[in-house]
Design a protein around this ligand. Sequence first.
Ligand SMILES: Cc1ncc(COP(=O)(O)O)c(C=O)c1O
Length: 398
Amino acid sequence: MRKFSGVGEIVDDIPPDEPLHIFREHTLEKAANFFNTRFKGRVCYAVKTNPQPHILQKVYETGITSFDVASIAEVELVKNLLPNADLYFMHTVKSRAAIKKAYYEYGVRSFSLDTVEELEKILGETNFAKDLNLFVRLAIPNTYSELTLADKFGINSKEAPALLKKARQFAKKLGICFHVGSQCMHPDAYRIAIRTARSVVTKSGVLIDCLDVGGGFPSVYPGMIPPQMESYFIAIDEEFKKFKDYRSIELMCEPGRAIVAESGSVLVKVDLRKDSLLYINDGTYGSLFDAGTPHFIFPVRLIRPNGNPYAENLLPFSFFGPTCDTLDFMKGPFYLPEDVQEGDYIEIGQLGAYGRSLATAFNGFKPADEIVVTEDEPLMTMYEEDISIQNQIDILAA
Ligand SMILES: Cc1ncc(COP(=O)(O)O)c(C=O)c1O
């Protein structure tokens, strides 16, 4: 991967005509180290967030050697790249073929489930293996999260004790897991979820070996400023310690967004301006899905070749992506200099999570194959203790 000191240098040296993804290795390292040093349990990276090989490799090098995978393709990807990685197959609905292949060909032993039917599938396809680690996924209200996963996965707390009891009979290790929803904006979500897990375990009358608090840890976006990451870990730790036998339970989490969001940006080009609408060369069918219907507002900055100046005054803009579909619209507002024009470059930040991994080639538009590395700082960060988040917002808006 070619390395540049900053985004300005990219625009000067190799002005790209396609959306270009930028990777800041040091930023990923910082986020991963934060989890590795402060989260009091196993950290398991959620591969779906960004499955690119250089990301998986870097995550592994930071010391995160466990990976949450959701499909057999993700199992194969991680195992081929990192043969010693520990895999957790945490999709609660898997095909029989995927279970069998994961167990017999790739040595996967940890599986999640939220129904008796899925338990029976796992047992059937592994020939009632004696070395299974089974995680029962609870349905948890996703009230504090920007993107809910609540309706699709999890067993309700009334029916969960019976499933837990049944799974206990077959599990070498028994776990309970949940997901509070992605971009969770309050640590109390984890307190409530762990309390529910405790109550389910008590009602079931069995002991568990693992508590997996899932993903959901937030990143920072304009207008979406979460509490300090540390406060999430404190909430989890306090609530976890209320399990009487917590010393014999392994704590674990499955972060995605919080590990990689800040480390990725996309550099886009303005193809046309119509008043406060900018037609750019990436969109909701590309790396900016979350800027569409989920309506995330990403941090942006204008870059002109050779450091050419631009207006100081900022105005709110919306974006249209390059495809022929009107759904390819990103309302924003994205604040940019008032004289932004065709040919300008815009860096859009916080796209290391669910950015390139969701990009399609619809209508023939796709990001450049090359990914470049820069050594400068990301547009926003959760992990710089001496710079308050509000300060960063002020800097961006200035
Ligand atoms: C089972 C599971 N774990 C972890 C994650 C990662 O979530 P996040 O990116 O919000 O941390 C997801 C995301 O959908 C998930 O489905």
